[in-house]
Design a protein around this ligand. Structure first.
Ligand SMILES: Nc1ncnc2c1ncn2[C@@H]1O[C@H](COP(=O)(O)OP(=O)(O)OP(=O)(O)O)[C@@H](O)[C@H]1O
Length: 282
């Protein structure tokens, strides 16, 4: 396998009884890349990621993660992979600090637990028992446990669900720091702004098939999509035009109005607009 690849998947298939969850997925993720998997509920994201994590067996296909088939992974491979599943975050009567220190003991070269608690913004809660944490704080603890082993590859399944906006921004910073330090990151998310803010490339999966993989700015031919220009007419009505050359249109409008164009807006389709179009919504 190419050493530059953290993940290589070919022809991946998985069915649960009559339900085909993953239907022939081909995918590569480079080392150091931040890759976001997007798709509606039930699209097959979690199944795909769980197969990559070695938590679920596939029916068919070739899978290599850090050069190893996860179906045959050993403990040494597991220490190289960090995993943040959808919601755990409770450890009976243990405190945050106790849990993070305890997990550090599972890894050969862990990060400093107190530093990790700080990085995920839980310093004030270090002595709190985990069952007393809020939902967002439990997610932060999950993230702490995912990164305590200093993984080469980090899987994050809907990592910021339940985060307040400030916590999400802090989390994004943390992910950017990890990526800058060379960690490969694969995340699933329902937040398109999160994918746009973090991912080098996004993959859209629907009905178990990967329908497109591209940089967020290029997905669904977004860069060539028409831009909507709207303005207010002298009678106060809002007029709207779709244009491939919005700058020229704004210039014409400025000339027509002899200066400032009333109520001018210029909007390119968001990643969410493109994504919804791709998965069949209008
Ligand atoms: N353990 C299971 N047993 C049977 N069917 C399952 C199981 N896990 C998932 N499925 C089915 O497989 C399909 C894909 O599910 P999966 O959890 O991979 O989707 P997802 O994209 O992660 O969805 P979500 O965004 O809701 O988390 C769905 O139709 C789901 O109902």
């Amino acid at each position: 396998m190419d050493d530059q690849l953290a993940i290589s998947v070919r022809g991946l298939r998985k069915a649960y009884g009559d339900t085909t969850a993953v239907d022939g997925v081909d995918l590569t993720v480079s080392r150091g890349e931040v890759f976001a998997l997007l798709g509606p509920n039930g699209a097959g994201k979690t199944t795909t990621v769980e197969i990559l994590e070695g938590y679920r067996r596939r029916d068919a296909g070739e899978v290599s993660v850090l050069g190893i088939d996860p179906d045959h992974a050993d403990d040494q491979w597991r220490t190289r992979v960090g995993i943040v599943l959808q919601g755990t975050g409770e450890f009976d009567d243990l405190t945050v600090a106790e849990v993070v220190h305890h997990f550090a003991g599972f890894y050969p070269a862990p990060d400093d637990p107190d530093k990790v608690i700080d990085r995920v913004g839980l310093v004030d809660k270090a002595k709190s028992r985990t069952h007393a944490l809020s939902g967002g704080q439990k997610r932060r603890l999950d993230v702490a446990l995912g990164i305590i082993g200093r993984p080469e590859l980090l899987f994050l399944d809907e990592p910021t669900t339940g985060f307040d906006p400030e916590a999400r921004r802090e989390f994004w910073e943390l992910i950017r720091d990890l990526a800058a330090a060379g960690t490969t990151i694969v995340l699933t998310t329902h937040y398109l702004d999160e994918a746009e803010a973090l991912a080098d490339r996004v993959g859209v999966i629907t009905g178990g098939r990967l329908v497109e993989v591209a940089a967020p700015a290029r997905l669904g031919n977004r860069e060539n999509a028409l831009t909507t220009v709207s303005w207010r007419t002298p009678t106060g009505e809002v007029e709207r035009a779709e244009s491939a050359t919005p700058t020229a249109l704004v210039g014409e409008l400025a000339a027509r109005f002899g200066g400032e164009v009333p109520g001018l807006t210029v909007t390119r389709p968001s990643l969410e607009d493109i994504y919804l179009r791709m998965i069949g919504h209008r």
